[in-house]
Write a protein that binds this ligand. Sequence first.
Ligand code: GLN
Length: 190
Amino acid sequence: MPKKIGVLNLQGAVREHILSLKKLGADAVAVKKANDFDDLDGLIIPGGESTAIGRLIREHQLEDRLRAFHQEGKAIFGTCAGLILCSTDASHPTEDLRLGFIDMEVERNGFGRQVDSFEMLLDFKGIDHPVESVFIRAPYIKSVGPAVSILSELEGKIVAAEQDNVLVTAYHPELTDDMSVLEYFLNKAG
Ligand code: GLN
């Protein structure tokens, strides 16, 4: 049976994730209601604008469902804005939603607001070749707690990490033909 992966469909790069997941043979669906989550093996929180996605999560009353999904041990992948939402807010207390799924502090727009986007080949622990990584007004991870494994770094800045069932990347793996990071996530799911 193909794995069923939901992509949180409130704002951001939803369609590209669904297309890429389908190419990998997954059953990929856009989700935005609490009961859409019930039969998922994994969930992607996409890139976009973390403030907007967080506000919409609250408006759609999805915060508790997301936290329960995490508690159930289901696989979660936060990309870019999704990474910010999965962080804790220790160094930048904010009213914006932070789910705290990964014990890490994040710098939003960490490569500078003016540096709109760039692409790099980066090593990724557990993948046997450098991975094409697309950064768009990306955050980076400033520090991680002891339970977090660092998977990729760019010039000393952490750009991919995981803790238990949660994976995050500062970049957009759905925007290249290199599917290996999404495949890595699929292996964590289900
Ligand atoms: N800069 C955005 C934010 O802070 C993230 C950008 C992205 O997801 N591509 O939420």
